[in-house]
Each structure stands twice: as C-alpha cells, then as structure tokens.
Ligand binder design. Structure first.
Ligand code: MD6
Ligand code: FE
Length: 220
C-alpha cells in the first residue's frame, strides 16, 4: 500500500504515518485509506444506487444539512420519533445494501492499527457534506454497547473535525481531516463529544464538490 511521505528529508522517520493519539483510546491515522479511496468511492456509488442519500429530520424537527445513507445489516436513522438503528431503509422498506468487502477490510485494518482487534461492524453510516453543511457536537450513544470502537473514514474535501471532551461544555480542539484520513476511537474516548464545522467550498478530484464520511459501528 502506498503511503504519503514527507517528501524527502524526513521520510522513514516516525511522523505523519504513525497514529496520532487524540486522547486515550482515540487516534488519527493520517492517510491510512489513501490507497483505497478510489475503490471505496466506486463501492459507495453502488450502495447509493440502492439506498440513496437523503436529509433526515431530527427528533426536534430540523432537516439535517448532512445527507446520509447506510450499508450493512443495520442503518442509523433519525426521524421525529427519535434516533435508532433499523434493518430496513425507511424510504424503500428494503434491507440496507450489504457492506462492500472493501469497506469491511479497511474498517478492520484501521481498527487493528489503532489497537482494537477483531472489530466486527454491522453498520456503515455514510455522511455527505456539501459546502456549508455541518454536524453539531454530539456523542455516538445509540449503539447497544460501547465496547467496540468507531472507525471514521474521510473522503473528498477537507473538513475541520471538532474534538471535544466527555462533557458538552468541554471546548473542542479543531483537527483538519483530509481525503484518506481515518479516525478511530473507543475505550475511554468512546463517548467524547465531536462534530464537523461548516464545510468550506471547494472541488476535490475524487468526490467533486463534497466531503463523504464513512463511520463504521457495531450497533447490536
Ligand atoms: C464526520 N463523524 O466525520 C462525522 N462519530 O463526518 C462522526 O460523527 C463520528 O467521525 C463517531 C466517530 C467518528 C466520527
Ligand atoms: Fe459521530
């Protein structure tokens, strides 16, 4: 697998290819998925043909600026009655498309690289951000148990990831996520508040005018 280098002087030294710890149980793997992005995007196109991107409505009645879809045995859904994992797509009544092998392989490898062996995700929530779209600070807490980590893969336009603490009032750090970056978190960081700042406009060769995020979870 080809990896990004520092371009000469510092190649081969520990540095940007190493997991960057964010907190206990959480790591930023810069460029971990770089070599896989074309395959991931091709597989995602096939997923979105079956389960199209849609703007869900929050329990509070707001339309989310991020468009979402899912693949795998269960999908995350939001509607006025609440958040839940559901085995079928409410738009079609059909099961979510299966998780592509490329997705599963990458999620397992990234989890292992961050110290979480035997990750068995049953959901991949896909988020699509157009310029201006954002995700407010939240915890991922709709899963049945918090023993498994979450693996998050960034594709396309860069974004500013807001990495907070265990309290909503903890002031978040701002971390730039680029095409091919992976963030893994679990253990003591599993319930950290996090979000995405409004996406800056731009054009990316892999995705066009958007950012896509794949988040792998074990929901059940
Ligand atoms: C995003 N990610 O990167 C939104 N949640 O677009 C998340 O909300 C997220 O990246 C849990 C774990 C990792 C994540
Ligand atoms: Fe999240």
């Amino acid at each position: 697998m080809s990896r990004k280098t520092n371009g000469g002087l510092f190649d081969g030294l520990p540095g940007e290819d190493q997991p960057q710890p964010l907190a206990e149980g959480a790591a930023h793997l810069r460029g971990f998925a770089s070599a896989a992005t074309d395959g991931l995007i091709a597989a995602l196109r096939r997923v979105a043909e079956v389960a199209s991107f849609r703007h869900m409505v929050t329990p509070g009645g707001y339309r989310m600026s991020v468009a979402m879809t899912n693949c795998g045995p269960v999908g995350w859904v939001s509607d006025p009655s609440g958040y839940r994992y559901d085995a079928s797509d409410p738009e079609t009544g059909q099961p979510w498309p299966p998780m592509p092998a490329e997705f599963l392989d990458l999620a397992r490898q990234a989890a292992a690289a961050a110290g979480f062996e035997k990750f068995e995700p049953d959901c991949c929530l896909v988020n699509r951000y157009e310029p201006g779209a954002k995700l407010s600070l939240h915890q991922d807490k709709d899963e049945r148990d918090f023993a498994a980590p979450i693996v998050s893969v960034s594709l396309g336009l860069p974004a500013v990831f807001l990495w907070g603490g265990l309290k909503r009032s903890d002031r978040p750090r701002r971390i730039r996520l680029e095409n091919g970056d992976v963030v893994v978190w679990g253990g003591p960081s599993r319930l950290v508040y996090h979000g995405i700042a409004p996406l800056a406009d731009g054009e990316h060769p892999a995705t066009g005018r958007c950012r896509v995020n794949l988040t792998f979870r074990k929901a059940r």
